[in-house]
Write a protein that binds this ligand. Sequence first.
Ligand code: ADP
Ligand code: MG
Length: 342
Amino acid sequence: MTNTGDLALATRGLRKSYGSHVALAGLDLSVPRGTVYGFLGPNGAGKTTTMRLLTGLIHPDAGSIELLGLPFGRGDRHRLYDVGALIESPSFYPFLSARQNLRELATNGAPVGAGRIEELLELTGLRDRAKDAVSTYSLGMKQRLGIAAALLSDPTLLLLDEPANGLDPAGIVAMRETLRHLAAIGKTVFVSSHLLAEVQQMADVVGIIAAGRLVREGLMQELLNAEGIVRVRVGLDEVAGAAAALAALTASGGVTSSTAEPGWISVRVRPDQSGEVNRVLAGAGIWATALETGNDLEMLFLELTGGAQAAGGEGTFFGMAGSRADPGAPGTTGTTGTGAAA
Ligand SMILES: Nc1ncnc2c1ncn2[C@@H]1O[C@H](COP(=O)(O)OP(=O)(O)O)[C@@H](O)[C@H]1O
Ligand SMILES: [Mg+2]
């Protein structure tokens, strides 16, 4: 085990099954203090299960959890005063207002300083509606009240399970700013999402989970700057020739042709070299019918989600920074999926 002293949260070998279904198959997370950590994974990957384990709502079959430098096990829930959490839809008394609900929570939980409730109503943009019954709130307002509740005791570590769900775009921007602010004042924010674009915009560190396992963890900037991938589509009878020509651009093993999507070839080069890919193909007398670029993180997540996100139009990968390119070759037919292609 690595030194976990500078980590706000660490799990080692965390396992959890529901009956015969393995939800977590040995999860190792390392969440540095004072960061926004994006816990990213497709639906069903095990994010909520992890959150529930971290707050003692359920117990692991094996493995360990460390919260703020101390082991967290069965019977340690009282220690969660320093941990704020929003998991699944929070439940509030529908007939009470936001302010009354927060007061209610404050009397039952850790002591809360005077003015804290007003501060949180302001922070989460609920002040104008703070007197209205929660039953009249939109989903987004309830979600914001949930965030206020998680922040009530001014916790050192905040665990938020898909907090953007139900928020409108302005609400998402406001939440992102709030989370960045919390990290700037030294808090640790562990926040899950199934959308890469969302995590990419707010996290310092990202951990990607798929089928109950961590598949990547690291500094967001490093993962984004890592070598990227250019994908190009050629005629089915040209795949072998194209792959041979493109091999000159990258290290051995850097060119792969897709079996799932015949005609598509991936080349490991920086995304800004996509023009070069096109030039090499043209030099070999092959015209690309589609070309797209992405960084490693995008490609990885696209693979994990089977492109479902892109197809759903919920988040974009290649379209994000306008990096989906039309190679301008004769016979260009646009690309798969999003409809974002020109
Ligand atoms: N209470 C439960 N009983 C049985 N299976 C569950 C239960 N909760 C979650 N699962 C399954 O465990 C896996 C992980 O679920 P979950 O942690 O909710 O994923 P995520 O939050 O990443 O979408 C999924 O396959 C899900 O269907
Ligand atoms: Mg979930």
